[in-house]
Design a protein around this ligand. Structure first.
Ligand code: SF4
Ligand code: SF4
Length: 265
């Protein structure tokens, strides 16, 4: 990837609670020429976000969207993607399988499973010995950013990182309330946004105000919703605003392209 991108240096960021991965990477890169460094980072959420990882690793700040990491001279890829690129470029192998973590207190034998993409969720669960008790909720993805699913008759894709089977003891039923202006979500937001303002704007379907509140910088980490005492679905409001803004931008671009085509004719 460094050769393809023409990058002068490689930084491999690993959190400090993964000593085996750190030792394996240090051994793999021992004696490799070039500016390669294993950077051990403290365990923090959401450190997987590329903006936070860039700052933690090389102390560069990526400006607001539409700026990208490349604008500060960085490209961030996770290790699975890098391995898939190596398979594709060096071996000519397409991405046909991925590791999915099957966990949660309702699973009989939690596991990391390397399985072909397209494997049904129910087959992954069966490979883990099924459930110990009926799960009250099944989440595809992580605890903070995943989505609840209502069926196991779903096939994995190359982005299915995990399946979480939660017992009734781990699931909390709630209904969303009005914002009490406690400010917790502002303190929790790693992007220094005002999630309360965004959620209130979207409750009124006011996408413009959400955009003015910089919702496009939201990384959908879920930290605001996690701590909200009013159980507000703030992250979902942010997602809805972002989707709406993206749809508007795409429509504007399509209209501009159509107008340009008409002018040429
Ligand atoms: S999900 Fe919430 S906490 Fe996370 S970046 Fe977006 S607004 Fe901030
Ligand atoms: S945490 Fe919830 S209740 Fe508190 S300010 Fe944010 S949205 Fe409002």
């Amino acid at each position: 990837m460094r050769k393809i991108l023409g990058m002068p240096a490689v930084r491999i960021a690993i959190e400090a609670n993964k000593p085996e991965a750190i030792a394996a990477m240090e051994a793999a890169f021992a004696g490799i020429e070039g500016n390669v460094e294993i950077v051990v980072l403290p365990v923090l959420y959401p450190q997987g976000s590329e903006k936070h990882q860039i700052y933690a690793t090389v102390k560069r700040i990526v400006p607001e969207p539409p700026a990208l990491p490349i604008d500060v001279g960085c490209v961030v890829e996770n290790v699975g993607t890098v391995a898939a690129i190596a398979d594709a470029v060096e071996l000519g192998e397409p991405l046909l399988e991925r590791v999915t973590t099957v966990s949660g207190d309702a699973v009989a034998e939690p596991k990391n499973i390397l399985a072909p993409t397209g494997t049904k969720y129910s087959d992954l669960l069966a490979f883990c010995g099924g459930v110990k008790e009926h799960p009250a909720k099944v989440i595809s993805g992580g605890t903070m950013m995943g989505f609840a699913v209502s069926s196991l008759d779903i096939a994995t894709t190359k982005t299915t990182s995990g399946l979480l089977f939660l017992s009734p003891r781990r699931v909390f039923q709630y209904s969303s309330q009005a914002c009490i202006n406690c400010g917790r979500c502002l303190r929790a937001c790693p992007m220094n946004l005002n999630p309360a303002e965004i959620s209130k704007a979207m409750e009124a379907d006011d996408v413009k105000s959400a955009e003015d509140a910089h919702v496009m910088s939201c990384i959908e980490c879920g930290a605001c919703s996690f701590g909200c005492p009013a159980y507000r679905t703030i992250t979902q409001f942010c997602r809805r605003a972002k989707n709406s803004i993206r749809a508007r931008i795409a429509a504007e671009r399509a209209a501009a392209a159509a107008a340009a085509k008409q002018c040429k004719q």
